[in-house]
Design a protein around this ligand. Structure first.
Ligand SMILES: [Zn+2]
Length: 297
């Protein structure tokens, strides 16, 4: 099997240390297996996009020596393809319109798992609505390369949105469509996306797509226990010194280091790290990031 991996950031802010861990882990896993490593910008949501963030992310990856193969894929350019996938789901009667508001879902206690209200009460044609895919499988089970055996939860894994009321495609549909189109065989990403995997397995099954192998790395959290994310303004790593930052990222990922790593070039360090990559050494528990890495001081 040929290995194809990917890093797929959303351009909602510059690269922070948590996203560097995901980029580095997916890069090293691909290189260790002589695979290809692709980059996809998941800019499905123009209102949330920060101008210049996509370019800044790509520039930072290059600064850190994480060079990708081929053209960068931008999801915003792929609406025709996503429409064809949605057409396939419609054709197979696997989707239905839904106009439930969040407050209506809350009232019916259907936030965690959708209650299929709109199957029996379809919205009128002219009403703005989302499109939901049916979650038909009783359960899904997969073996995550880091987290072990994971099973879907019937209390939370219900019918999910694939096309939004605001006429934007939902993450679940686009990510499954693009992973298939790009021949992605291995996905290495943050554990915050683990629960999303079950809807993706469901779509892959409906559409006859290949299911990649998954590895979910632990979250980076601050010493206050907060997730390091763009939403809580994790600082950019753009101007941090490259080698010390890579060395601390490798350490957080439980990897061994060559002698005197700080004296190496990023190319030599990454080559060494990819040869000595051990996915089984990645910790399962959240990685606590200390203030120095948060602020770059
Ligand atoms: Zn509904």
């Amino acid at each position: 099997m040929t290995y194809t991996g990917r890093f797929a950031p959303s351009p909602t802010g510059p690269l922070h240390f948590g996203s560097l861990l995901a980029a580095l882990a997916s890069y090293l896993d691909a290189k260790h297996q002589q695979g290809r490593w692709l980059v996809r910008i998941e800019n499905l949501d123009p209102p949330r996009e920060v101008p210049g963030a996509a370019d800044s992310i790509l520039r930072t990856l290059e600064t850190f020596g994480l060079h990708w193969q081929g053209e960068v894929l931008y999801q915003i350019d792929r609406y025709d393809y996503y429409h064809s996938i949605l057409g396939q789901l419609k054709h197979k009667d696997l989707v239905y319109p839904c106009n439930c508001s969040r407050s209506a879902l809350k009232q019916r206690h259907a936030i965690d798992r959708y209650d299929r209200y709109c199957v029996s009460h379809p919205p009128k044609q002219h009403e703005p609505h989302a499109i939901r895919a049916r979650f038909l499988s009783e359960k899904h089970c997969f073996t995550d390369r880091i987290q072990g055996i994971k099973k879907s939860n019937p209390d939370t894994n219900g019918d999910f949105i694939v096309f939004r009321r605001d006429q934007l495609f939902a993450y679940q549909l686009a990510v499954v469509a693009d992973d298939e189109a790009q021949g992605i065989s291995h996905i290495v990403r943050g554990v915050d996306l683990l629960q999303e995997t079950f809807a993706q397995l469901e779509l892959q099954k409906h559409l006859g797509f290949t299911t990649p192998q998954y590895a979910h790395i632990p979250l980076a959290i601050t010493t206050q226990g907060q997730k390091l994310s763009k939403q809580n303004l994790a600082p950019s790593i753009e101007h941090l010194p490259v080698i010390p930052t890579l060395v601390s990222a490798l350490t957080f990922l439980g990897q061994n280091l060559p002698p005197e790593p700080l004296s190496l070039s990023s190319e030599t360090l990454l080559n060494w790290a990819s040869q000595h990559w051990r996915v089984e050494q990645i910790p399962i528990d959240p990685i606590m990031i200390h203030t120095a890495t948060q602020t770059g001081s």
